[in-house]
Design a protein around this ligand. Sequence first.
Ligand code: NAP
Ligand code: ZN
Length: 369
Amino acid sequence: MQLSFYCPTKVFFEQECVDKYSAEMSKFGKKALIVTGGNSSKKNGSLKDMVDALDKEGIDHRVFDQVEQNPSVNTVYQGARLARQMKADFIVGIGGGSPLDAAKAVAVLAVNDIEEDQLLTKRWVKSALPVVAVPTTAGTGSEVTPYSILTVDKEETKKSIAGDDLFPVIAYMDARYMLNLPWYVTANTAVDALSHSIEGFINNRATLISDLLALESITIIGRVLKNIDLNNISLDERAELLYASMLAGMVISQTATNMVHAMGYPLTYYKNLPHGLANGVTLKAALEFLGQGSPDKVARVVRAMDCQNLDEVGRLLAKVLPQVSIKLSESEQQLFVEKTMQAKNIANCPISPQEKDIYNIFKSSGLTE
Ligand code: NAP
Ligand code: ZN
């Protein structure tokens, strides 16, 4: 038997945990920069809870609320300028994966005066500032991963940076913040988490522990998605999805993702498909391909989702996800296949896809004319 496991984030998972465990933040210093998106954290109460908690602990704070979806390198440099100006001791990310990932990159750039190339090739010298994470979507698991995924315009793609210093030091997880999350964001992000667990399970780097976490999270997400009424999602269902997405984050923090995320990046970059949906749209066809190399593991995924076969998995995904009407032209298909093959997570597939396999998956997923 051989395995390693590292996930150093202190997790608090309960209602009002930001307020209850605010004292945990005092050990990181006296000045915090809050990194968040433009709107939702102001509406769902998460920003106010954090501001109140920092005030209670006597921690000075400023807010950088310019993080867009799929954050760009430019945005994280802007956030870092503010962190330097105020001499922040730590960074608080509040929001979906976009603000959490931006917070991690800001934490690196706040203490490392480096160019974009050095950032993207992980050549920073000083450890990033501590990051506290408050997720308000249940999908990316970024609150327990060492990754920050950035949009890199000069390479026309998304790229991840990783480092042990990017694991958040604290994750405050309160499902109440998700009560008004629109149905389509809920579905897309739940499928993102499902995809993390599936890709981490069918993965060269999978271990006994990551498999355990992956199967539990696939089981929970499968059950919740089967029963969910997307117009009326209960707080308990929200909490289950948040828990499962955290488990999925723990999985990919060990294994990273595989070809599904690699195919999703060009769909997001060029076609603006939300991240989870970009994974969900090819997931079934990718599982058919991966089943050629790992039939047992694919069968276990199907069973964990309480489905009879991959067709039923496909029907469940189609039931919950928004419809995708994208049709890629021939030149787009060529470009997307090229971009997919360049992504480093392709190497994690137990069976190596060739270009034609990626073409076929886009085609079977209904994305070609
Ligand atoms: P997101 O881009 O963070 O947010 C999507 C939308 O949902 C935004 O409009 C946001 O509004 C809104 N929103 C967030 N929380 C809300 C709430 N509680 N109520 C209402 N609206 C809310 O979406 P995401 O899917 O969570 O994150 C995707 C990003 O994470 C991608 O860049 C992806 O590559 C990355 N990712 C990272 C990891 C990792 O390990 N680090 C893993 C997978 C994916 P506002 O803009 O106003 O906040
Ligand atoms: Zn993802």
